[in-house]
Design a protein around this ligand. Sequence first.
Ligand SMILES: NC(=O)c1ccc[n+]([C@@H]2O[C@H](COP(=O)([O-])OP(=O)(O)OC[C@H]3O[C@@H](n4cnc5c(N)ncnc54)[C@H](OP(=O)(O)O)[C@@H]3O)[C@@H](O)[C@H]2O)c1
Length: 256
Amino acid sequence: MILKNYRTAIVTGASHGIGPYIVKALAKEGMNLVLAARSQSELDQVAADIRRTGVQVLIVPTDVTNREALSALVHTAERTFGSVDVLVNNAGGDLQRQFHHYTAEDVEAQIALNLTGPIELTRLLLPGMLQRKQGHIVNISSLGGSIGFPYTEVYSAAKDGLIAFTRVLRADYRTTGVSSSVLILGPIGGAGTGARTMEEMHMHLSAMGKASMSSPEAVAQAVLKSIRRDKAEMVVMPGPGRLIRALTTLFPNWGR
Ligand SMILES: NC(=O)c1ccc[n+]([C@@H]2O[C@H](COP(=O)([O-])OP(=O)(O)OC[C@H]3O[C@@H](n4cnc5c(N)ncnc54)[C@H](OP(=O)(O)O)[C@@H]3O)[C@@H](O)[C@H]2O)c1
């Protein structure tokens, strides 16, 4: 178990991409799991894989952009397991469209998926965690905003917002036993949105490109480490990820 009293975790975005790796790593730690995403059939597949490890798994098909669905997720999880100790806000994504082609609805949906959904889920779970004086929220953000990756205006605004949200949440509640961490991911290879795009476009990476990628397993291990060692912020990228983040803050035009 990651921490001796932690028994149950909710993982959003558990149906495909990086999420199932996070789910498997938590299951190996003996955590019961609540899997949330929209695709029931993919969640079923992930659940079947981890039930073999002996932990209990609950599937709650959920659109994280829908407030009622988030309430239902928390209610169902607490009714089934009694309490939730860990929340991993992993669901996220980008439309991969030039910003001037966005509609107002596109903007709202992207902010809901990457920022207000995770904030709302945290808000719903926090009272129970505070009552029990234990819990950990792990938010999955991106290095995208720091490096100004093309046409990610809305995604980056939301992901940078998630970093700020985590920082203040952590400062406000850490002394109560409820803590928070943010993982800032660089490019991930082998699974997830980046890997999918490369496959669809038949792109091949140079050796240097490959060297800058992390594996989904590394993300999953970082989730465990962030909880176990109560890390404020972890950059998941081989080599000088933290340095890149620091340099882009000091020199906003660097690399653009
Ligand atoms: N892959 C990378 O290179 C990379 C880099 C930096 C940051 N990240 C971040 O890492 C996280 C995981 O990314 P990924 O690469 O694994 O993406 P992915 O392969 O596209 O998977 C996204 C996950 O989020 C779920 N999801 C999407 N929209 C949802 C919604 N409205 N409600 C509920 N669930 C929803 C998807 O499930 P359904 O479609 O079934 O709902 C899926 O499980 C994201 O927060 C992403 O921003 C990834």
